[in-house]
Design a protein around this ligand. Structure first.
Ligand SMILES: C[S@@+](CC[C@H](N)C(=O)[O-])C[C@H]1O[C@@H](n2cnc3c(N)ncnc32)[C@H](O)[C@@H]1O
Length: 361
């Protein structure tokens, strides 16, 4: 069974099934094997594995299903182990498979979780969570569902849409490296008339990174059409300048404070930029290095007033994963104080990078 042993050693509890292994660990007969788990967008497992291979040479790929990957370690995996990849939605200590809700109750009964997160392995599938919620609600009394608060020990129950496949169990400690929502699935209410999923992408970025976006702010978006992100920002009372050769949707164009600059970013001149820009958004269909080259050209004009930037970096090829540290450095080189990357729930073959230029009072 993956990874139950060390946790139980630390907490002084043993289950019959793990006694043999515990004895081997105590008497130093055999090194301990621990496992980390990561959830991800189904289809992004290869990117996740490549990224972990680069960032965490201590881990070896162990097991994969769409939306779930586990890694083997000869060292203990702590429940607050830092995520090994930007593609990990949830990262933690793997417990292993659970064949039924009752099996999950049995395995989680003694782990001492403060919080229970039951979520689908593939959020876009139809997955029946009800039997798992029902059994775990009764079997783990007092362990609440819902968003976790910092410091809480969270039991992850990752449920497959197929009844033939087991659920997967894991544990993580809630901290700044983890999104509070179950499965890290940040809930965004996308209006029916939003013209693109970029509405959800910018709202997820704001929620994940805690961006201090305020009414009256000014944003510049490079690659703005058809206007999902423009709509989200305009609804927040932000004045938005959208650069795109394509058209903004008429309902977005008609919103208060929305401006369209119908040109290629390469043709954008400093004189066309507003006097003050608080937020820069880059969501352009260009290779990241090309998009960043254009940003670099504009940065001397933008930097004096910029609070932060949200880059959607297009990964047309999985080999781009190896470039992520270089891209982060390139962005930091524009003078940003911090750069954080994450594959957000609405991202597809792309990664969100949030860069902060200055703190706000
Ligand atoms: C993913 S879409 C942007 C979606 C948009 N952010 C939204 O919220 O709906 C990428 C956009 O980049 C634009 N684009 C591609 N090359 C461009 C360039 N050189 N200059 C400006 N826009 C460009 C395309 O026209 C396209 O509308």
């Amino acid at each position: 069974m993956e990874g139950c042993t060390l946790f139980q050693i630390r907490h002084g509890r043993e289950s019959t099934s793990s006694c043999k292994l515990l004895r081997r660990v105590r008497y130093g007969v055999q090194p301990v094997t621990d496992f980390a788990f990561a959830t991800c967008l189904p289809g992004m497992e290869s990117a996740l594995k490549l990224d972990v291979g680069r960032a965490r040479p201590d881990l070896r790929f162990a097991y994969s299903r769409p939306g779930l990957v586990t890694f083997k370690s000869v060292d203990a995996i702590a429940v607050d182990d830092a995520p090994g990849s930007v593609f990990a939605r949830v990262w933690g200590r793997s417990i292993g498979p659970a064949r039924s809700p009752e099996d999950a109750v049995h395995q989680l009964a003694l782990v001492g979780a403060d919080r229970l997160h039951v979520y689908p392995r593939d959020p876009e599938s139809v997955t029946d969570l009800a039997p798992w919620h029902a059994a775990l609600g009764v079997g783990l009394p007092g362990v609440a569902a819902g968003p976790a608060t910092d410091g809480e020990l969270v039991a992850d129950v990752i449920v497959s849409a197929s009844a033939d496949e087991p659920a997967w169990l894991g544990l993580h400690r809630q901290d700044a490296n983890h999104v509070a929502a179950p499965g890290a699935l940040i809930a965004v209410d996308v209006p029916a008339d939003a013209p693109s999923r970029a509405y959800a992408k910018i709202e997820e970025a704001i929620a994940w990174a805690g961006l201090p976006v305020r009414t009256g702010d000014v944003a510049l978006e490079i690659g703005a059409a058809p206007g999902g992100a423009v709509m989200a920002l305009a609804k927040r009372g932000v004045e938005v300048f959208g650069v795109d050769t394509g058209e903004l949707a008429p309902n977005v164009r008609a919103m208060k404070g929305v401006h369209h600059l119908p040109i290629k970013v390469g043709a954008l001149r400093w004189e066309q930029l507003p006097k003050r820009v608080d937020w820069l958004l880059v969501d352009v269909n260009l290779a990241p290095q090309v998009a960043l080259h254009e940003v670099g050209r504009l940065m001397p004009k933008l930097a004096p007033t910029l609070v932060g930037a949200v880059f959607t970096l297009k990964l047309n090829d999985v080999s781009f994963v190896a470039e992520l540290p270089v891209l982060a450095q390139r962005i930091a080189g524009f003078g940003f104080q911090s750069v954080r990357m994450r594959h957000l729930p609405s991202n597809r073959k792309e990664v969100c990078a949030v860069a902060m230029m200055r703190q706000r009072a």
